[in-house]
Design a protein around this ligand. Sequence first.
Ligand code: CP3
Length: 343
Amino acid sequence: MRHKRIMLDVLKGAAHFPPPLWMMRQAGRYLPEYRETRKRAGSFLDLCYNPDLAVEVTLQPIERFGFDASILFSDILVVPHALGRDVRFEEGRGPLLTPVNAAEISQLNSETFHVNLSPVYETVRRLRAKLPDETTLIGFCGAPWTVATYMIAGHGTPDQAPARLFAYREPVAFQQLLKVLADHSAAYLIRQIEAGADVVQIFDSWSGVLDDASFDLFCVAPVAEIVRQVKAVHPDVPIIGFPKGAGAHYQSYRQKTGVTGLGIDWTVPLAAAKALQAGGAVQGNLDPLRLVAGGKALSDGVDAILKTLGDGPLIFNLGHGITPETPVAHVEAMVKQVRGATR
Ligand code: CP3
């Protein structure tokens, strides 16, 4: 039998071999059973706010693959939605929001924030009750910078130019936005922990587009503030930071934010990842396209990670979310290879 919630041991700095395993976006469109539930849900946000269906899709990859961790099914954009911004998801176009301007930032409405998010807390409560004891439950939020990029542009962009320009032109309003997001994200994570999340992860998907000074101000500082607020209430709950694309900033990001675990994208060299393990657990970093390709590309990628990082604190994962075109058989092959690995 596997150890109880081995991912928690790894986040304390212990090495486990084979390592605990889960995948970012593990409940999603590559699974036929997800696509089935999704059809019944109505809109994507309806699915996020429906505890019956959100629990169902969260559990699907656990039932199929027996991952060591389960991540709450929701989206990072429920936070601006709960603050009163208009958020929609359109098939094939991703998220669409009404862009926020400087004047509107002071009008973000906190009053019904937790009431709006109460279905998410209910989903977390039901998940902790339903999950196997040995499965770690991960709650999450988006980092303020990444959430702000969508709020400002109103949609995804390749380089976050609208948010970068806004930040340079309206530094006071932009700092105010980061502060509102940091405070509400911290409160949101605290409620998820109180509902039963064992670990929380902060997704900073767009941290790779910033210069040195902006990285410190827009990524590091607000995440450090979230970590401070969460740790003040729940000092023992591990926090994983995932500053995707942070490159040369990874080391200082860990030190300055105080996150327990570090999510690394697939461009982080394994030798650099090994050095990062000296400061605590790392999570990653298989290129999701190796999982799409399968075969030797997949087995070589898995092998390299296990060989280089397997004797330190490692949570095996992808370097970003799984893509919808991934064959389920390739996920099965990856799970088999990781679980069957010997040193
Ligand atoms: O990891 C998980 O399985 C938990 C669920 C989860 C979703 N989104 C579900 C989702 C998590 C952790 C997220 C985080 C998220 N959402 C991020 C950070 C991580 C990352 O991917 O960089 C970001 C930037 C978003 C915003 C977002 N949501 C985008 C850009 C999109 C559209 C792109 C796409 O893949 O369609 C979404 C939609 C979304 N969020 C889907 C899922 C399963 C697909 C929508 C659908 O099924 O109809």
